[in-house]
Design a protein around this ligand. Structure first.
Ligand code: 6PG
Length: 252
């Protein structure tokens, strides 16, 4: 498997600008080639600035929004207007400003009591839009991921049941340390993506960034994102990249 692309930026602003450029390039290329661009967005705090940049000139005018379909990587089991909701953050930063057709955002209804059913419905939505060949996994054009200081990505936290999921595309996951249910895309779907881009910023991530990128494999969930036929990239800010060896920082 080829090494991931690793780029280090001065701060979150530069990192977000570069991620917006990558989003635009991939969106335009996919729209031209296939008439559709699909991306899955993470929540948390890091991508907020990227979403704001995408929703403002010049990017907002360069992205073929009518051909874009946006999915969620994961969602917390809270109502969509809750301050903890990833959908709410995405709506405030991006959806309320960019001219994305309303039915081109695919929200994970993680607030439902029946989370297994909500997961099944979300998998159906992936099928409906991405139309994978029968028996094959859906292939998102871009998956934007974050990483927590414990090495989790999406809502795939260390020691949780969803790490073992091999069949389902979307599943519910209970995260004991947060005392919270989540809905998340699973490793099979993440690893079918065409482009995976991790966005990681902040000094509290420096240690885990070093361990994930330079340490032995298989320790952290984020290390299990290894798309078989896709590209992996890590966009880091200086603070998060601070403990990396020069060779890794320069690296491809
Ligand atoms: C979420 C996520 C999660 C996130 C990381 C990093 O719902 O929290 O999608 O996987 O990407 O926890 O979060 P920060 O960007 O806030 O550091």
């Amino acid at each position: 498997m080829p090494k991931p692309e690793i780029r280090v930026f001065r701060d979150l602003e530069e990192l977000s600008q570069a991620a917006a450029t990558r989003f635009e390039e991939l969106a335009r290329a996919a729209a031209r080639k296939k008439g559709i661009f699909s991306a899955a967005l993470s929540g948390g705090s890091t991508p907020r600035r990227l979403f704001e940049i995408l929703a403002a000139p010049p990017f907002v005018g360069n992205i073929p929004w009518e051909k874009v379909h946006l999915f969620q990587v994961d969602e917390r089991s809270v109502p969509p207007d809750d301050p903890e909701s990833n959908y709410r953050m995405t709506r405030e930063a991006l959806l309320s400003k960019a001219p994305l057709p309303a039915d081109h955002f695919h929200r994970m209804a993680a607030e439902r009591d029946d989370r297994d059913r909500a997961s099944r419905l979300y998998a159906q939505e992936l099928t409906y839009i991405l139309k994978p060949p029968k028996g094959k996994l859906p292939r998102l054009d871009l998956i934007l991921l974050g990483m927590g200081p414990d090495g989790h990505t999406a809502s795939l936290f260390p020691g949780t049941a969803a790490l073992q999921e091999k069949k389902l595309w979307v599943c519910a996951n209970y995260v004991e340390k947060l005392k919270m249910h989540r809905l998340t895309l699973t490793f099979p779907v993440l690893n079918s993506g065409a482009n995976i881009l991790f966005l990681v910023a902040g000094a509290d991530k420096a240690k885990v960034v070093r361990e994930v990128l330079e340490g032995p494999r298989g320790r952290y969930p984020a290390q299990r994102v290894r798309p078989a036929r896709g590209k992996r990239g890590w966009f880091l800010d200086e603070a998060a990249a601070n403990l990396l060896r020069p060779k890794t920082r320069g690296g491809r």
